[in-house]
Design a protein around this ligand. Structure first.
Ligand code: GDP
Length: 138
C-alpha cells in the first residue's frame, strides 16, 4: 500500500469539479483516508512549492494556489502515486492522455485542476505539510 497527496486546485473548486474528481478517485480504488478544505496564504503556497522557487512561473503558480480554497486529500492504495498521476494526466493538458482529469477539465498549463505527489519522498513531505499525525490513520 502506498500513500500520496492529492489537491483539488482553486480552479477545480471554483468550477464545481470536486465531486467529479472525488468520484474518479473512488472508482479507481484510491481510498481517501484524510481530507480537508483550506485556503492557503501566499507564504504557505510558497512553502509547498519550494522546489519550484527558481522556475519562471513560481510567482504566478503560488499566486494561483493561494487565490481560493483547495481540497487536500491523502489517498491510499496499491501503487497510489503512479495510479493517481495516471488519472491526472500530463502537466500540460494539451499533452494529457484522453480520459484523464487534466485532458477533460484543465484550461491552462497552470490551472490544471489537480495536484499529485510525484515520488514517495515528495508524498511524505506533502502529506506532512497539511496533515498532522492525529488526522491520518496510522
Ligand atoms: P505536476 O507535478 O504535473 O503538477 O507538474 P510540475 O511539478 O512540473 O509543476 C507544478 C505546477 O506548476 C503544475 O501543476 C502547474 O500548475 C504549474 N506549471 C508547470 N509548468 C508551468 C508553466 O510552464 N507555466 C505555468 N504558468 N505554470 C506551470
Amino acid at each position: 500500500m502506498a500513500r500520496t497527496l492529492a489537491i483539488i486546485k482553486p480552479d477545480g473548486v471554483l468550477r464545481g469539479l470536486m465531486g467529479e474528481v472525488i468520484k474518479r478517485l473512488e472508482v479507481n480504488n484510491l481510498k481517501i483516508i484524510a481530507m480537508k478544505m483550506l485556503h492557503m496564504t501566499r507564504d504557505q503556497a510558497e512553502g509547498f512549492y519550494a522546489v519550484h522557487q527558481e522556475r519562471p512561473f513560481f510567482e504566478s503558480l503560488t499566486g494561483f494556489m493561494s487565490s481560493g480554497p483547495v481540497v487536500v486529500m491523502v489517498l491510499e492504495g496499491k501503487n497510489a502515486i503512479s495510479l493517481y498521476r495516471d488519472l491526472m494526466g500530463a502537466t500540460d493538458y494539451r499533452e494529457a492522455a484522453e480520459g484523464t482529469i487534466r485532458a477533460d477539465f484543465a484550461t491552462d498549463i497552470e490551472k490544471n485542476v489537480v495536484h499529485g505527489s510525484d515520488s514517495p519522498e515528495t508524498a511524505a513531505f506533502e502529506i506532512g505539510y497539511f496533515f498532522n499525525r492525529f488526522e491520518i490513520p496510522a
